[in-house]
Write a protein that binds this ligand. Structure first.
Ligand SMILES: [Zn+2]
Length: 118
């Protein structure tokens, strides 16, 4: 994987983290699982600094909580994080619409088998 592709994927990951953090508390291991579900294999050495950086930039805020005897750091989006996502979403939609026109609206309808009345 080239550095450019990696950078782009990490940007997707940031958007994904923000997306979840606006509606729920997220934490490193849980987010790693969620991202794995979407096909991203991130090492803690990548994900934790990414979360930390989002907090440093004021998009997330964290609090620590002891869960099953271990300290867990939960993150939620700040107002700045929320407005960043609001700013990003139409651009994301625009890009998807242009780069993936087939996937946009009609793909499911096209693959659907016509129903033959009997
Ligand atoms: Zn997700």
């Amino acid at each position: 994987m080239t550095n450019t592709v990696r950078d782009i994927l990490l940007a997707f990951v940031r958007v994904h983290v923000l997306h979840h953090a606006v509606s729920e508390r997220v934490y490193g291991a849980g987010m790693a699982e969620e991202l794995a579900r979407h096909g991203y294999q991130l090492s803690p050495g990548t994900l934790y600094p990414l979360l930390h950086r989002l907090e440093q930039d004021g998009l997330l805020v964290s609090e620590s909580e002891v869960v099953a005897g271990k300290v867990r750091r939960y993150y939620v989006a700040t107002e700045l994080g929320r407005s960043a996502l609001i700013e990003l979403k139409p651009r994301l939609a625009e890009l998807v619409g242009e780069a993936l026109p087939e996937d946009k609206a009609h793909a499911p309808a096209r693959t659907r088998k016509p129903r033959i009345p009997r």
